[in-house]
Design a protein around this ligand. Sequence first.
Ligand code: 13P
Ligand code: SF4
Length: 440
Amino acid sequence: MGVPFSPARNYGRIVVTGVGVADTIGDGVGTGCAFAPSVIVPAMHAPARTMPANHLLIELLPPSVLNGSPTPGPAAQTAASAAGNKERGEAAPRPAIIQDTMGVIDLPYTRSVAEETDPVFRRVEHVIPRVEWPLHAPYVAAINRLKRERNAVILAHNYQVPEIFHTVADIVGDSLALAMQAAKTDADVIVLCGVHFMAETAKLVNPAKTVLVPDLKAGCSLAESITAADVRLLRERYPKTPIVTYVNTSAEVKAESDVCVTSGNAVQIVEALGAPRVIFLPDEYLANYVASKTRVEIIAWKGHCEVHERFTGNDVRRFREDDPSLVVLAHPECPPDVLAEADYVGSTQGMTEYVGKVASGEARVLLLTECSMADNVSGRYPGVEFVRPCNLCPHMKRNTLPKVLHSLEAMEYEVTVAPEIAQRARRAVDRMLAFSQPRD
Ligand code: 13P
Ligand code: SF4
C-alpha cells in the first residue's frame, strides 16, 4: 500500500505516514506486525499473539514533517486544520491517531529542538530514518534535559529500540553489564529501559537509589515460568545441590537461590561452584547449553523465552543454503538445534563483540535474537550487512521515548523489593558479581 517503511531497520514501533493510511489499516492498529510481517521479520515472524496493544505508534504526518522541517506538533496541526475546515464549512478531519497506552505527550518539533538535537541525529542517521526524527527529537531533548535535573542515569538493554538505545541511554549492554553498572553508578535515579527483572536487579545492588521503569508491565516469560514456591520444593527434593538461577527471574526466586548467573557468565559460575551437580533455573535451553560446556551435571527447569524459542534449526539451514558464507550468531536461549547450527553462541554483549571481530571482513551476519539487536549493533558496525530475521520481545518493546519522559517527569514507576526478600536476593546477585570478570 505504498507505506514508506525503511527496509534497513526492524520496527518495534511503526510510523505510518501519509493521509488516509490509518483508515486503510483500520483494525491493524495494535495487532503487532500482522499487517507488515514481510518488512519486519521476513522469514520467522510468528503470529503476533503476545504483542501488547501499545507497541505500535501510528501517526499521520504532514508533508513538512516528511521533508524533515520543524513544525508544530500533530495536536497543534490538527487544531489549526480543524479551524480552517470550519471556516470553509467542511467537516473536521479525524485527529492524528497516536496509539500508546501511557505517557503520550504530544511534543512539537520546533526549530530550537531541531538545533539542539541535530548533533544527536547525525550520530544515528544510519539507524533512524530522517522521516522519524521529528517524532523522536522533542522527547530526546526533553529527556536529556530532565536527566540532568534529576541526576538520573538511563540504563538500556541491547533490545531497546534504537531511539532509546542511541539517543538517551547513558549505559547500554547485556543483563550482566547493566547489573554491574547499576552497582557502580553515583546517580540518584536509575531509569531501567529493559524488563522488570533487570530493574529489580538494579534495585538489589543499589537499595538506596530510586529505580524507575517506564512501563511496569514489561515482564519476561522466563521470569514468569517459575515461582519461589517451586524453588523451595526443588530445595526440599535436592537439599545438598546448589541452586543456580538465571537473572531472568523475580527477586523472590533469586532469594531462594544460591547464586545468580546471566548468559554471559553461566558456564564460568557453574564450574566455579565446584559441585558435581547443580540445579539450573529456569531456562531449559540455557541449561542445556551450559551442560554441553561442562562436566557438571545439570538439573533443568522447563522455562523458555517466548522470543528465542521460536527460532528453528531449519530456519538457519535455509539461510545457509542461500548464503553459505553467512556468519550465524545465536543467543543461548534458543533451542539446541538452533545452537548446533550457529558459529557463535553467547549473550547479547558477546554477540556484539563477536560481530566486532568479523566486522573487518566481508561478512554477512545473521543474529538469532531479538529484532533491535541488529539495529543497535549496526550502529556500532555500520559496514556489516545484517540478514534480519528476528523475533520481537513484546516486553522490551513496551518502553518508548514518551514513556521514558513520563517516567522522569512523574518519577514513576518505582521498583521496590521487600526488605526480607531483598536481603536474600542481593546475596545471590552479589555472589554472581563477585564471580564475574570485570568488564570495561
Ligand atoms: P542478555 O543477558 O544476553 O542480554 O540477555 C537478556 C535477555 O533477556 C535475553 O533474552
Ligand atoms: Fe524475557 Fe525473552 Fe524478552 Fe529476554 S527476550 S526479556 S528472556 S521474554
